[in-house]
Ligand binder design. Structure first.
Ligand SMILES: NC(=O)c1ccc[n+]([C@@H]2O[C@H](COP(=O)([O-])OP(=O)(O)OC[C@H]3O[C@@H](n4cnc5c(N)ncnc54)[C@H](OP(=O)(O)O)[C@@H]3O)[C@@H](O)[C@H]2O)c1
Length: 265
């Protein structure tokens, strides 16, 4: 499988690192283009991929084309590559807020997939949600799952849910990081130095996520398991358990999903 990647930014790099390091695609079979010479040199030097500075030539030589430019730059790229795209290409867009129908308007009768990845893909712990466009096959779906699985978890959902997906897992890393920053600041206020507070809070977040996932327990069950009667956790939960936190989280996700809707209108 030859994979062509248009746009060589942070998400493209996570994608390239994942598919090459896992052996899903050989480095020789990955071709990348970015406007920036610096990004091209970095990707070539770090992952051994080939650089092609012509987007149409890149498409002509690829089975799978990954569109990894910013959403505001996508239409220009679509117009540019449209004459080169054929039924031989499976086109995967990771541009936030860009609908299959909008992309399909540029690329007639193409096999198209929309993906919302997230930045933890950089360390192989991404959450990628995808929806298959019209005309795609089960073998295309298998290809998409194989590629995305190389840098994290993969889940298929209808496109109608992509605004919620964007809010929860697309923007989610920033929301969790912000929450973590508050824990670190709180640890410092209690007298820990920043380095120790960062280690304790970050490892606790990571460990909690793994515990929930690997033992298939719900967050509420975990809270109950840690909260002993009249203990320290129960004392803390009297504050954190306030409905205000729930209201703030709901408002955060609502605002992100609404912005996603606005951007895709
Ligand atoms: N970052 C995230 O957390 C995240 C999460 C989910 C989805 N996404 C989606 O992933 C896509 C890429 O995001 P990113 O964070 O990786 O952005 P990024 O770091 O800005 O990468 C995009 C790259 O594409 C280059 N580019 C622009 N036009 C091009 C063209 N015509 N041909 C070749 N390269 C071109 C840009 O160069 P210049 O900078 O010089 O323009 C830039 O280096 C976006 O559509 C975004 O919505 C990102």
């Amino acid at each position: 499988m030859k994979v062509g990647v248009i746009g060589g930014g942070r998400m493209a790099e996570a994608f390239v690192r994942g598919i090459v390091a896992s052996g899903v695609v050989a480095a020789d079979d990955v071709v990348v283009n970015d406007i920036s010479d610096v990004r091209c040199d970095l990707l070539q030097g770090s992952y051994g991929v080939t650089i092609c500075r012509d987007n149409r030539a890149l498409v002509a030589g690829a089975d799978v084309v990954i569109l990894a430019v910013k959403p505001q730059g996508l239409d220009a790229v679509l117009a540019e590559i449209a004459p080169a795209v054929t039924q031989a290409n499976l086109v995967i867009s990771i541009a936030a807020g860009k609908h299959l129908a909008g992309i399909g308007a540029f690329l007639e009768a193409v096999r198209l997939v929309r993906v919302m990845p997230n930045l933890p893909a950089t360390v192989g712990e991404g959450m990628s949600v995808f929806c298959m466009g019209p005309g795609t096959s089960t073998s295309d779906r298998d290809t998409v799952v194989r590629l995305l699985s190389s840098f994290g978890k993969v889940h298929e959902l209808p496109e109608a849910q992509f605004d919620a997906v964007t809010a929860l897992s697309g923007s989610g890393p920033a929301f969790f990081a912000h929450y973590l920053a508050e824990f670190i600041a709180g640890g410092c206020d209690l007298g820990l130095d920043r380095e120790a507070a960062t280690l304790l809070a970050t490892q606790t977040m990571l460990g909690t996520a793994r515990l929930l996932t690997e033992q298939a327990i719900t967050p509420a069950e975990l809270v109950k398991a840690v909260c002993s009667k009249k203990g320290t956790t129960e004392a803390g939960m009297q504050h954190l358990g306030s409905p205000v936190l729930g209201e703030i989280v709901r408002a955060t996700l609502d605002a992100a999903a609404e912005r996603s809707r606005e951007l895709s209108a």
